[in-house]
Ligand binder design. Structure first.
Ligand code: PLP
Ligand code: COI
Length: 341
């Protein structure tokens, strides 16, 4: 199979139309078989649930070319399970988990020519999503839904690649105390647009959101969880019921413990203890692990000892081991790598 003529190494994190997408419709209480289609456009009612009341959720995953030339995905079963949680919270029908994983494989296989080659630094981003497509005008769930998956080749999420980021403590909240922060609802991202535009405008790479109830504890950014490394090399990640349970973060905690022999801890992390950590990073499918060099809290700078030029040493080990597993250089725990072709 011949690859597309794309400058893989210079890709940013953007949308490029690929050949095929997967589409399945839910009507009269059941999902149809679903099919791969070429048309990237969607036509629906002006009164569709997604357009009026934001009834939509999504997932984010990647396909990788391994060192020995296979195309694989990373723990797709966890994306399927998380999408089920999102659908239930938003009163949407669940797309069966086994069919989700099957559909991901189909769409990646159909777009093989867009899967970036091994060593290019790029990957194929996979975006499963679902939305209410039938008309609703009273506030209630739609009766019809569409589940779709498209793919797009991507480079690093943050422009500087692995250059440490500067982030600020946001005055806005990302999620309500008993809201939807723990699921991947489109509405969480809509509300983060104003804070991210203003953060960029003021020269910051991202926002650090605090817990919405007390505003004293670290939650996450708009699109990634936090990892902190203590001065004695313990890996600490914030525990909260209003952050998205990142698959990357859950995997990294296992990698830290089982591959690197590090102590790991998921616990509440207070803003005023940030100054005591040695390293900080953001983790997620898009972010992979992006180092944070500095957090600015209303003019007060918290600078991590790892500095502003390189990834900290423990963050780097975590990054190398995780990407090594994803690219087939390091043996993966059983069930983590799903081979497509
Ligand atoms: N937190 C938020 C708000 C996200 O949007 C994402 C991206 O999916 C993550 C964390 C990271 O999750 P994952 O590692 O499953 O991609
Ligand atoms: C992902 O990492 O897959 C996400 O969905 C985050 C998004 C901000 C790109």
């Amino acid at each position: 199979m011949e690859k597309k003529n794309i400058d893989w190494s210079n890709l940013g994190f953007g949308y490029i139309n690929t050949d095929m997408r997967f589409v399945s419709n839910y009507k009269n209480g059941a999902w149809d078989e679903g099919a791969l289609v070429a048309d990237p456009m969607i036509q629906m009612s002006e009164c569709a649930g997604v357009l009026q009341y934001a009834q939509t959720c999504f997932e984010g995953m990647k396909a990788y070319t391994t060192e020995d030339g296979r195309i694989v995905t990373f723990r797709p079963d966890l994306n399927a399970a998380r999408m089920e949680d999102s659908c239930k919270r938003l009163e949407m029908p669940v797309y069966p988990q086994d069919k989700f994983v099957e559909a991901v494989s189909k769409v990646v296989k159909a777009n093989q020519a867009y899967v970036p080659p091994y060593g290019s630094g790029a990957t194929l981003y996979i975006r499963p999503y679902m939305f209410g497509s039938s008309p609703v005008i009273g506030v209630k769930p739609a009766e019809e839904y569409q589940f779709r998956i498209f793919t797009t080749p991507v480079g690093p999420y943050f422009k500087g690649g692995v250059k440490p980021l500067t982030i600020r403590v946001s005055d806005f909240d990302r999620a309500a105390p008993n809201g939807t922060g723990h699921i991947k609802a489109g509405l969480n991202y809509a509300m983060s647009l104003h804070p991210i535009v203003s953060a960029h405008h003021e020269g910051y790479d991202e926002n650090m959101y605090l817990d919405p109830k007390t505003r004293t504890k670290v939650e996450e950014t708009g699109g990634a969880n936090f990892l902190f490394i203590t001065k004695d090399n313990k890996v600490v990640t914030p525990k909260s019921s209003s952050i998205l349970p990142s698959i990357t973060r859950r995997s990294l905690m296992i990698v830290a413990k089982d591959y690197l022999g590090l102590e790991v801890e998921e616990r509440e992390v207070y803003l005023d203890e940030l100054k005591d950590f040695a390293e900080c990073g953001l983790c997620g499918t898009a972010a992979v692990i992006s180092p944070v060099g500095k957090v600015v809290d209303h003019g007060k700078e918290i600078c991590f000892p790892s500095g502003m030029s390189d990834m900290g040493p423990v963050t780097k080990k975590l990054y190398d081991t995780l990407t090594g597993i994803q690219m087939g250089r390091i043996e993966a725990p059983k069930g983590w790598i799903h081979e497509i072709c």
